[in-house]
Design a protein. Structure first.
Ligand code: CO8
Length: 257
């Protein structure tokens, strides 16, 4: 599939996806979501990529689902096409994903950011779920991911009111990771991505699996998974390299095997 609504490039082992539909503030139509998911999967498999970044434009990370595309749907057309099911594939990506947010991240745009592992945002960026004002509700994981991130009370208040929230407020609630001067967001996200790209890739992958599992597992099962994943790291050359480098008082060089 050739990409119409995104641009993509790899630099320093960082796979970047740039949402590119600025005339409608990166409103997410179905093809655009397909393109994003396919590129995420390509990066996840690529040996040239260790960390993935998703960015938008200065005005918008993404202003939500494409309202024009959606407005004439019926329950049956949606049930048959099941357009949001493709989002489940994002939860299967093993590599770290960083959302680099300038401008608005609303509705499906906020959901896309919440599907990322880390969110770095500009100081004037805004987050929210305006769906309630359209007579609908979040549909690509918003009620679940936001609630897991900030708890039921705050999530209900935010989604019920449908209001945009300032980045600093979102940071205080724990919905996002970092707030940066607007003009430095991409640079700082990229720096963070490079920091992660220097870590042992297998450790990053198993840490992601273990931390994500905490949402669904009992403590006992989660502890068991963590233990097994810890043991598994000892199958990697990077474990030998990491510990050897420590004893030799030098920086490790990790290969991802
Ligand atoms: N869909 C389609 N077009 C959009 C969208 C959108 N979500 N957002 C903005 N646009 C278009 C506008 O229609 C406008 O087009 P035109 O120039 O042709 O009139 C252009 O982008 C610029 O927008 P504005 O003129 O409105 O710019 P403002 O700076 O005045 O306002 C806002 C910016 C506040 C972001 C405003 O555009 C807005 O409120 N947008 C809609 C936000 C919204 O309601 N989002 C939720 C959509 S529903 C949803 O996301 C459901 C999620 C379900 C799962 C996700 C699946 C992908």
């Amino acid at each position: 599939m050739s990409n119409r609504y995104i641009e993509a490039f790899v630099e320093d082992k960082i796979g970047v996806i740039q949402l590119n539909r600025p005339e409608v503030l990166n409103a997410l139509n179905r093809q655009m979501v397909d393109e994003i998911v396919e590129k995420l999967e390509q990066y996840d498999e690529s040996e040239d990529v260790r960390v993935i970044m998703i960015k938008g434009s200065d005005r918008a990370f993404a202003a939500g689902a494409d309202i024009e595309e959606m407005m004439n749907e019926t329950p049956l057309t949606m049930e048959l096409a099941d357009p949001f099911a493709v989002w489940d594939r994002i939860t299967l990506i093993n590599k770290p994903i960083i959302a680099s947010v300038n401008g608005v991240a609303l509705g499906g745009g906020f959901e896309l950011a919440l599907h990322c592992d880390l969110i770095v945002a500009g100081e004037s960026s805004k987050f929210g779920f305006p769906e309630v004002q359209l007579g609908v509700m979040p549909g690509a994981g918003g009620t679940q991911l936001l609630t897991k991130a900030i708890g039921e009370r705050k999530a209900l208040e935010w989604i019920w009111l449908g209001e945009q929230m300032e980045a600093h407020e979102a940071l205080k609630l724990g919905a996002i990771n970092r707030v940066i001067a607007d003009e430095l967001v991409f640079e700082e996200s990229f720096r963070l991505a490079k920091q992660l790209a220097n870590q042992a890739p297998i450790s990053l992958r198993l840490i992601k699996e273990s931390v994500k599992a905490a949402k669904d597992m009992t403590l006992t099962d989660g502890m068991k998974l963590e233990r097994k994943n810890f043991y598994l790291t000892f199958a990697s050359e990077d474990q030998k390299e990491g510990m050897k480098a420590f004893t030799e008082k030098r920086s490790p060089s990790f290969k991802g095997v």
